[in-house]
Design a protein around this ligand. Structure first.
Ligand code: CTP
Length: 473
């Protein structure tokens, strides 16, 4: 089959000319070819395999593209990268690889195109398009990767035990591709992942997290988590989720299986947000339920304080996996710690003061918090489903009303500490803090509106009740 159409961009003509002038063969391989054949948009990352020296070839390409490209050479890896317009071209010389037990970094020797295709992870990633004049655009597909694309199947070119054991990151990649593309993993391959699962321990957390994030960002992340669970990889990566699995029954009372519930919540939220960190919050929103689970004879199963415990676990988990420990982590922590707040409000009569407190505590993240709570509705009882949704609709309406009136979202105290000091002729002291806190409380409780005049009047009265006299009005 010829696929000249994939190679319309003039940059491929340049690659062809360099191949000619150097007397070398070269091919486009990997994600570009795969995604083109899947009729996806042409990706901006282009992997080129050269039968010969990949670095020298890349240097020649860089010269041919004149000043408009930027080349980086990685001598240790025998690779080079060129940034050109919005494209990233990656070059490698065709190679054979041999791996040792304890490392993902292979010993490398130069080889043929076939050797190079053999060493790749999946048949669908080993598809190559020729850049050579005699067969420009021809597909070189020794493992029937095209058939696997059509049958939606992830399969390794070699014995899967070898492919996965050589580079265990590929186990994560298999699951990630299956999730992103909605493909099945071939049975032998899936069994091999299960057999090689403990080899994941030689992969750095950063690489694991890269794949995990791609799974979380897929349209239906549960596909990936089910595979991680089935193969046993999840036990190594996120044991906190495994701890949520199972239903216990005491005296005829059962609780829901919080692992499968969590996967539903993540799928639900993924229909409404592409925010990676909100999806992480959904994944972790119930992790505190395992350590807080108790059975009480009168009220049944309880998970008291699971939001607080869960939010503490977020930090440890982020640290262990080398996820960022910056404001993203704080955001996930905050959403997890507040994840039941709107539910509590919705179950009760929705008062203005409860809504004001919710807005005050959630601040800018109020929308995201509501999105999580709505995704958290996984009941299969249509009546309850309708009731919960409607309750959240009421909370959302209240949030809009209260916010329009009281401007709590970016709360700034209407009277500053400085003003309180001046007003009562005080030194900076505990009293200032007490008065400030009282003003905030009065506003949140709805005793006074969030505006200067009312707050001033309240401040004077509050000061008087503490034996202070306002002098500088
Ligand atoms: N590859 C591999 N084993 C790995 C990583 C990559 O065999 N552990 C090969 C595959 O042939 C892959 C190519 O290198 O197609 C490029 O890898 P990469 O850029 O990481 O992935 P893509 O397949 O391009 O897909 P994506 O851009 O979606 O990550």
């Amino acid at each position: 089959m010829n696929h000249k159409d994939a190679l319309k961009d003039p940059v491929f003509k340049t690659l062809n000319e360099v191949s000619e002038s150097m007397g070398l063969s070269s091919f486009v391989i990997g994600g570009f070819t795969r995604d083109y054949l899947l009729s996806k948009e042409n990706p901006k990352d282009i992997d080129i395999v050269v039968i010969g020296n990949g670095i020298e070839y890349a240097q020649e390409v860089s010269r041919a593209l004149k000043g408009s490209s930027e080349i980086s050479v990685f001598k240790n890896y025998g690779t080079a990268m060129i940034k050109y317009k919005d494209l990233i071209l990656e070059f490698v010389g065709a190679r054979k690889e041999s791996y040792s037990e304890d490392s993902r970094n292979p010993k490398v020797a130069s080889g043929s195109l076939e050797d190079d295709q053999n060493r790749r992870d999946f048949t669908i990633n080993a598809l190559a398009l020729s850049l050579n004049t005699e067969d420009f655009g021809d597909l070189v597909d020794p493992f029937n990767g095209m058939g696997d694309l059509e049958n939606k199947c992830i399969k390794t070119p070699l014995d899967p035990d070898i492919t996965y054991s050589d580079d265990p990151l590929r186990m994560m990649r298999a699951i990630r591709f299956a999730t992103q593309l909605d493909f099945k993993i071939e049975k032998d391959s899936l069994n091999a992942i299960e057999r090689n699962k403990e080899r994941i321990s030689i992969v750095s957390n950063e690489r694991i997290v890269d794949e995990l994030n791609k799974i979380i960002l897929a349209p239906k992340p549960s596909l990936g988590f089910k595979l991680l669970h089935k193969t046993g990889l999840l036990h190594y990566i996120l044991p906190e989720l495994i701890a949520l699995e199972g239903i216990e029954e005491i005296e005829g009372q059962r609780h829901k299986d919080n692992f499968w519930h969590t996967l539903e919540v993540v799928d639900n939220i993924s229909k409404n947000t592409d925010n990676l960190w909100l999806r992480w919050a959904a994944l972790l929103h119930d992790i505190g339920k395992a350590p807080t689970k108790r059975f009480d004879k009168t009220i049944g199963w309880t998970f008291h304080g699971h939001e607080f415990i869960g939010s503490k676990m977020v930090y440890k988990l982020f640290k262990r996996l080398h996820l960022p420990l910056n404001e993203k982590m704080k955001y996930v922590k905050k959403i997890v710690s507040m994840s039941s707040r709107p539910i509590v409000i919705a179950e009760d009569f929705v008062t203005d003061s409860a809504v004001r407190r919710l807005i005050f505590d959630a601040g800018e993240d109020i929308e995201d918090l509501m999105t999580l709570c709505e995704a958290d509705i996984t009941t299969k009882n249509p009546k309850k489903q309708r009731r919960y949704k409607n309750n959240f609709k009421i909370v959302r309406q209240k949030i809009v009303e209260v916010e329009q009136r009281d401007h709590i979202r970016n709360f700034q105290p209407p009277i500053s500490g400085e003003e309180i000091i001046k007003l009562f002729n005080l030194q900076p002291s505990k009293e200032v803090g007490i008065i400030k806190e009282a003003i905030k409380e009065a506003i949140l409780e709805g005793e006074i509106p969030n505006e200067y005049e009312s707050a001033l009047e309240f401040t004077i009265k509050k000061g008087e009740s503490m034996g202070l006299k306002a002098s500088n009005i």
